[in-house]
Design a protein around this ligand. Sequence first.
Ligand SMILES: Cc1cc2nc3c(=O)[nH]c(=O)nc-3n(C[C@H](O)[C@H](O)[C@H](O)COP(=O)(O)OP(=O)(O)OC[C@H]3O[C@@H](n4cnc5c(N)ncnc54)[C@H](O)[C@@H]3O)c2cc1C
Length: 471
Amino acid sequence: MTPAASSVYDLIVIGGGSAGYAAARVATDRGKRVALIERGPFGGLCILRGCMPSKTLLRSSELAHLAAHADGLGVRTGGITIDYPAIIRRKEAIIRGFAEYRIQEVRQRPLITLVEGSARFLNPHRVEVDGAVLDAPRIIIATGSRVFVPEIPGLAGQGYWTSDEALDADALPQRLVVIGGGVIACELGQHFARLGVQVTILERGPNLLRRHDPEFGRALGGCFQEEGITLHTDVQFHEVTRHGRSKMAVITTEGRRLSVHGDEILLAAGRTANIDGMDLAAAGVKGGAEGIVVDEHLRTSHPDVYAAGDVTGTFQLTHVAVSQGEIAARNALGDPLQAADYRIVPDVIFSDPPFARVGLSEIDATRAGRPVLAASYPYDDLGKAICTGQTKGFVKMLADPTTGEILGIGLLGASAPELIHEAVVAMHYRATVSDLLQIPHFHPTLAEIFTYPAEELAAKVQAGGGVSSHA
Ligand SMILES: Cc1cc2nc3c(=O)[nH]c(=O)nc-3n(C[C@H](O)[C@H](O)[C@H](O)COP(=O)(O)OP(=O)(O)OC[C@H]3O[C@@H](n4cnc5c(N)ncnc54)[C@H](O)[C@@H]3O)c2cc1C
């Protein structure tokens, strides 16, 4: 919808993704008139090019892998054929459904005016969208993130896929070079490998999943290598160039100079705040590629401008974006000030085995100088995991040495994305390891895995809380 030449709203929200829509929803629930500005397409990263399309595709490669390895459980499937265009068509139909549903949601809220175009600040209470001027006493920036492009000579010239192209391509390359070792590199790298693509992952750090305790990334890297994925760590990039019909990354790893060939390169080295062309300075808002600076109330350096979601550079997770959008809207509209609480932020990587974590990691605790007790337990010693043949991975639990309160749980292993919610609930109620032991766990289940490190930690707390560092 195109607004009149100058329109006044109760709230302007820039960006119609998870954070922006959440903010607009909260504001209209309070009877406020909202201009929701979206440069398009409407729907946001999670629905259109993030969580939902990636998880839709991953299910197909997971099934292909299970079918190919079912003979170990006495199930012979014969040959497997991958119909990749059909996989992509299924993804597109599902995403179309989610996107249409979101548009319906907006249409059912007449107090939202959807303004199409790119917003630019004129001052802290005024933005311009394609020549139209919009005013509001409060503005929320929810413009998300874009792919971070590292400075590797030749990369831009040779071209690369981002996750956008990787999710949309309906033909599989023969060889794929993946730059990065975080969530997108792991999820999409393994997806393509399981469909027959020769995948090489190039990671600058010493292991995958750099933001988490290193034993998780090391273990996942080992699983990837067992599946035939080539993994190079501690990589130094020299250049990307062309060799015949293939692209070639020239790197140094473990003191050796190597040329890594691929038909395509997937750039998955992180994402950066989407603020280009917004003229934040005109609104007195501070921020850069690492994100717009906000306080715990999601308020920027200008008191009438708030920010929420990926653009704040905090977590880049949908549930955080939604929660921040809601809090920013309430605070912007004058509710009693609410602070964002990041004590419990579940994080999940849908690799196989998948990884999930909530609360403190041991590296966070060490950095903060906080003493913790740690205990781990492997899946290959867990009855249910042995029955189902899902023995890769382990759980790691951290507790306060004095009180036994559970401070963090990381889980690499089957069903981790679902199981982590037991840890989320326990931590929400500030449960101790002894509390967790009193909660019944059905036998045999994968959820029983939490009881073993809890038992070890409870004994340590009872014995006086000798602080350990456990790998
Ligand atoms: C491949 C992939 C997989 C992912 N998987 C997961 C997952 O499984 N779980 C999870 O929690 N997270 C996942 N994420 C991250 C998740 O998608 C994001 O954290 C979340 O969508 C961020 O929401 P947002 O509202 O902050 O930003 P967005 O949804 O990106 O919304 C920002 C909107 O602002 C618009 N915009 C930008 N600039 C302007 C402007 N100047 N004017 C007007 N409009 C503008 C954009 O067009 C966009 O629609 C994934 C991301 C990727 C890339």
